[in-house]
Ligand binder design. Sequence first.
Ligand code: A3P
Length: 270
Amino acid sequence: MSNSSEAELLHTFKGIPFTTRSSPELLKSLDTFDAREDDVLLVSYPKSGTHWLAGVITKLYNTQVTITSPIEFGDISKLEELNKLSSKRIIPTHLDYNMLPPNFKNKKCKMIYISRNPKDTAVSMFHYYRENPNLPTVDTWTAFFDLFLKGNGKHKCFFLAVLVSFLCTERDLPKVVKEITLFLSLNVSDNDIQDICEKSSFSEMKNDTEKENSDPSHTVCALTSNRKLIFRKGAVGDWKNHFTPKQNIRFEEIFNEKMKLSKMAKCLIY
Ligand code: A3P
């Protein structure tokens, strides 16, 4: 578990907490980012399956693509590094829609929003904080549960994350992947989609170190820095091993209230 002090690890930008993985200079300069029309943006709340989605998209494209680390992670040199990459760039982000570099919207770049049962997201994030020495210290599940609901200080509030359109990772996978191909205008046969789904299973992705080792851009831009940390359990419903019945009721009350205008509420919670 980390013993780093919160003060060292956190700062806020436009009222939103960031860890020092995102330098204030980089965040300020995002507005100037030169997006390209063929960039694809993967938008998510952390621990929602970003790496799974990135892996599937890489497999769907026949041509060489580069998956970068989230655009908001790094220092002021990040945008220059991204500029040097040849197309096609697949760029993840956990930023709210209104904080995205405006060029992504002006150039009508494709954006895919991925989400997951928020109870599993909360549990996944709890373990990630516990195991990652670069993140603020988290002592107990009970303490983390409160912070997740309130979003006060240690991470952005889940319920304030803006929805654009969404995929839900717990639906029929071939159907989800088919939807992705249609959205990205890719011509991929149903057999290939089936094959990609099999290769994108939790166990395959956890063990897939080949790409990491052979990708020259890995050191500056790779999304996956530590496979063991990211691919932890990959289970649907792990929240049941953590939530008390009381926490479950409280979570659902808050979720239903905050998300009542969103289709996501109906799709995700159970
Ligand atoms: P757990 O911590 O519950 O295991 P992100 O990529 O956004 O950081 O999300 C990571 C979470 O997605 C982890 O959750 C990870 O196991 C899960 N995940 C990633 N790929 C997966 C896959 N192919 N199948 C199931 N879960 C997967």
